[in-house]
Design a protein around this ligand. Structure first.
Ligand code: ZN
Length: 499
């Protein structure tokens, strides 16, 4: 592998050469989901972005310890310090134990990550599994003079911290502006000395189920605290990469920095990375606008804004066609284009893997060799340039054209020497399967038996539908869904894929 990887660092708003503290080891922390509802596509995009970072660093020889947490307590609805716990609220709604909610949506989240072929993290710690460490961090913050207790809650003293350090260094916000913006919110929060102070430990009010004993009485940790505790516990007081969605930059990540500095005196993160949002037809994806999709709705085409369903790999490919730090707009047209593009790449890789070089280098042509090598090299350079998947994919399309020309004998395959041909083959395969993490959904595991059985089952389903025997056709579909086989009815007939 040639060249150094550059990362756009949100901390100083510059693209910097990535130099891990302890090469080849890399510590990477990504804020995980709050497991109180189904993961939506905006989250999926964010996690796919960091899956790419993880895959590419691994591919380039780094040994990445990838930590992604599960928030199972402390994330409050609405007002960050006064709302209801998201999980406890959902538990009441669904008449379940909070831990049942946590388990249910954790399972769902992992299923979705698997469907989209995101590699699981090395460590997936939970906030409730680290209560003691969180209490200890609160104690260190208080001992260093940056936290104060009022009525069983502990708050972070932002103004005091800002006198000694720089609160706002990540978000670029000035404390004076924050003060004037938050002044109005003080109402009903008179426990705080200052409206921008944030809770690092909250007293549990009567009826609050998720609570633990602490030096300040029964309570629960503030949401920002868990990430500071779990990232540094597993990756060290200072580690390489911290990722998350743009919406977490302030206040969540700003508070993480402040907590770590206040408790341990170390700036926790060297490279802050933030993924951007999804929009739908140009507007922000949101539940209230009824334009946010859940993964299964997108797969089944089960939403009024969708003209049909799109397979997980089409969606993954679609997401990778834009840079992680840019907004990405969902539209039927864009998804259809991605579906075609993805298919073109899959066709090319199949053709390439069927091509065989004769081993005779007599006809090898310098210009052709240099062109192919040059395109491969560029693809890596794009990845080195802050993981620019859209540009890397454009080079893969250039290579697809080449592959088609060799296949159709428009260009003689022997104009490449054998070594370059093998290099092309390994680069193209590595990019598609290892780096971009795409899967060939049509090939399944290559089993002809499976294909034959699926044809049989789908014929039976078709017959049932023709006879308007919906019970049978639904039974077949549900049984296939239970096996993670997704069946799609489209204009071109019925297709299926496995997750
Ligand atoms: Zn976090």
């Amino acid at each position: 592998m040639e060249g150094k990887i550059k990362i756009y660092n949100s901390l100083n708003r510059k693209k910097e050469v990535f130099e891990p503290l302890n090469y080849p080891n890399v510590g990477m922390y990504v804020c995980g989901p709050t497991v109180y509802s189904d993961v939506h596509l905006g989250n999926v995009r964010s996690f796919i972005s960091f899956d790419i970072v993880y895959r590419y660093l691994t591919y380039t020889g780094h040994k990445v310890r990838y930590v992604r947490n599960i928030t199972d307590v402390g994330h409050l609805v609405g007002d960050a310090d006064a709302g209801e716990d998201k999980i406890a609220k959902k538990a009441k709604l669904e008449n379940l134990e909070p831990m049942e909610i946590v388990q249910k949506y954790t399972n769902g989240f992992r299923d979705v990550m698997k469907i989209y072929n995101a590699i699981p993290p090395s460590i997936e710690p939970t906030a409730t599994g680290h209560i003691i460490e969180q209490i200890q961090m609160v104690q260190r913050i208080i001992a260093n003079g940056y936290g104060y207790e009022v009525n069983g809650s502990v708050y972070f003293d932002v103004e005091k911290y800002n006198k000694d350090h720089d609160y706002g260094k990540l978000s670029g916000r000035k404390i004076e502006d924050l003060l004037s913006n938050t002044r109005a919110e003080l109402e009903g929060q008179s426990d705080k000395r200052n409206p921008m102070d944030f809770a690092i430990w909250k007293k549990a009010e009567k009826g609050h189920i998720m609570r633990w004993d602490s030096p300040w009485g029964l309570g629960f940790p503030g949401w920002h605290l868990e990430c500071s505790v779990m990232s540094t516990k597993y990756l060290g007081e200072t580690f390489d990469i911290h990722g998350g969605g743009m919406d977490l930059l302030f206040p969540h990540h700003e508070c993480e920095i402040a907590q770590s500095v206040a408790a341990d005196g170390s700036d926790p993160v060297r490279y802050w990375m933030h993924g951007n949002m999804l929009t739908v037809n140009g507007t922000k994806m949101s539940k209230s606008l009824n334009n946010s999709f859940l993964p299964h709705e997108l797969i089944n085409g089960d939403h009024e804004l969708l003209d049909k369903g799109y397979s997980p790999m089409t969606t993954r490919f679609f997401m990778l066609q834009s840079h992680y730090a840019s907004t990405l707009d969902f539209s039927n047209e864009a998804l259809q284009a991605a579906e075609k593009g993805f298919q073109r790449l899959m066709n090319a890789v199949q053709l390439l893997n069927k091509l065989a070089h004769s081993g005779n280098n007599d006809k090898a042509n310098e210009a052709e060799i240099n062109e192919v090598k040059g395109i491969c090299k560029q693809a890596f350079e794009h990845m080195n340039d802050d993981f620019s998947t859209p540009q890397a994919i454009a080079r893969l399309f250039d290579l697809s054209k080449k592959i088609n020309s060799y296949h159709e004998k428009i260009i003689d395959l022997n104009s490449l020497d054998q070594e370059t041909f093998e290099y092309l083959k390994s680069t193209f395969n590595s990019f598609i399967f290892d780096i971009l993490g795409l899967k060939d959904e049509s090939a399944s595991d290559g089993s002809e038996l499976l294909g034959g059985l699926m044809d049989l089952v789908l014929d039976m389903r078709k017959a049932a539908r023709t006879n308007k025997d919906w019970t049978t056709s639904d039974k077949i579909r549900d049984a296939l869904n239970a096996l993670n086989v997704v069946v799609k009815d489209g204009k071109e007939g019925t297709t299926w894929s496995t997750n």
